[in-house]
Ligand binder design. Structure first.
Ligand code: THU
Length: 126
């Protein structure tokens, strides 16, 4: 199984493919599935405000569209210390992985460890 530092490295590397001409703030994510496979994602922005998608959701939707349904960990990296998933991503991640571990990283490979439950207490679910 992939170790935390390697998962974060995948997020850092993925970041290079971010499409972020408006914010100029590249973000990369690497999502680990229970079967050991990893799906990466980047933020994909759009000239129409509101249509952009965050790196975390791109990674998750790639994995789901490939048939994956169980996830253990996600690493996120941006050009800041401890890249925190936004509120929308927290809700979407919680739906599919209420026990998800999160590695909030920076480009140098340092990270802070947390969980989706800590980031989104009393989450909404049906
Ligand atoms: N962004 C992400 O992709 N993930 C995060 O966790 C925080 C923010 C993106 C959204 C937008 O494209 C840019 O970073 C900041 O404006």
């Amino acid at each position: 199984m992939i170790d935390d530092q390697t998962l974060l490295t995948k997020a850092i590397e993925a970041r290079e493919n971010a499409y972020c001409p408006y914010s100029k703030f590249p973000v990369g994510a690497a999502l680990l599935c229970v079967d050991g496979t990893v799906y990466t994602g980047v933020n994909v922005e759009n000239a129409v405000n509101g249509l952009s998608l965050c790196a975390e959701r791109v990674a998750l939707f790639k994995a789901i569209s490939a048939g994956k349904r169980e996830f253990t960990k996600i690493a996120v990296a941006c050009n800041a210390e401890h890249c925190q998933p936004c509120g929308a991503c927290r809700q979407v991640l919680y739906e599919h992985a209420p026990d998800l571990e999160i590695l909030m990283g920076n480009p140098e490979g340092r990270f802070k460890r947390t969980t989706i439950r800590d980031l989104l207490p009393e989450a909404f679910s049906l």
